[in-house]
Design a binder for this molecule. Structure first.
Ligand code: NAP
Length: 236
């Protein structure tokens, strides 16, 4: 088995994905932008699961830094584009800087990592990519236009890359998350959460581990590509 690279692994869904892949027996490299303490904890959990951990401080929006990081990765088998940021605000108060930063991290980051991973996969005879998108990329969320548009772009990128790369033995799939219990939703009050969950048939938020299970499933399935798999408790 080769190595897995997970972007945004210092907490939340990314940490659960790192740990889940470590349990499959693969060594896990992961990046984060700032959270050194969170990265140390993820590395500890990967080690506890019996795998090797390689934490990298790396802004996925930095094209040159992404390329340099991938150049040093041995035996890459699976890439998970998970790093993401959100912004809550009306369209008329969304500055162009905010819009561009959301796209730089959520879309450019996935593009840079995918482009850098392809030669590694080709050398190995194939590989697998899982992109972590959102149900808002399909349905749109009020006051999250930049975020929704970036996650829709990631779905389009998944489908195009799947068609282009399948002949080379590289599969590309996407997980569309509903509300998952992580720091990304920390700004919501209890009553805002309850109002959102009233529309979720399963009646609760998902866990990072439930998203991680879907990511491992898609990464390992040998006949699925271009798939958009929802982990949303039935919301959509
Ligand atoms: P989170 O708890 O906020 O964690 C985000 C992770 O991404 C952190 O490890 C963070 O590292 C990293 N990151 C942020 N900007 C980065 C950058 N420029 N370069 C490298 N790493 C960066 O978020 P989460 O809830 O786990 O979300 C993970 C993914 O799931 C995101 O793509 C998100 O859009 C998607 N998603 C989440 C939900 C949800 O309800 N939670 C729903 C739908 C989709 P630092 O800590 O170092 O900044």
């Amino acid at each position: 088995m080769g190595m897995v690279f997970v972007t945004g692994g210092s907490r939340g869904i990314g940490r659960a994905i790192c740990t889940a892949f470590a349990r499959t027996g693969r060594d896990v490299a992961f990046c984060y932008s700032r959270d050194e303490e969170g990265a140390r904890e993820t590395a500890r959990l990967i080690g506890k699961a019996g795998a090797g951990a390689l934490p990298l401080r790396l802004d996925v929006a930095d094209e040159a830094a992404v390329q340099a990081a991938f150049d040093s990765l041995p035996g890459l088998e699976i890439l998970v584009n998970n790093a993401g940021i959100a912004h809550f605000g009306q369209i008329q108060s969304t500055t162009s800087d905010i819009w561009r930063r959301i796209f730089a991290v959520n879309v450019d980051g996935a593009f840079f990592c995918t482009r850098a991973a392809i030669p590694k996969f080709l050398r190995r005879g194939g590989g697998s990519i899982v992109n972590i998108s959102s149900v808002w990329g399909e349905a749109g969320a009020s006051c999250e236009a930049a975020y929704s548009a970036s996650k829709a772009a990631l779905i389009g990128f998944t489908k195009a890359a799947a068609k282009e790369l399948a002949p080379a033995g590289i599969r590309v799939n996407c997980v569309c998350c509903g509300m998952i219990e992580t720091g990304m939703n920390a700004r919501l009050t209890e009553s805002e959460k309850a109002a959102f969950l009233a529309d979720v048939p399963c009646g609760r938020a998902g866990t990072p581990e439930e998203v991680a299970a879907a990511a491992v499933f898609l990464a390992e399935h040998r006949y699925m590509t271009g798939e958009v798999l929802r982990v949303d408790g039935g919301l959509l």
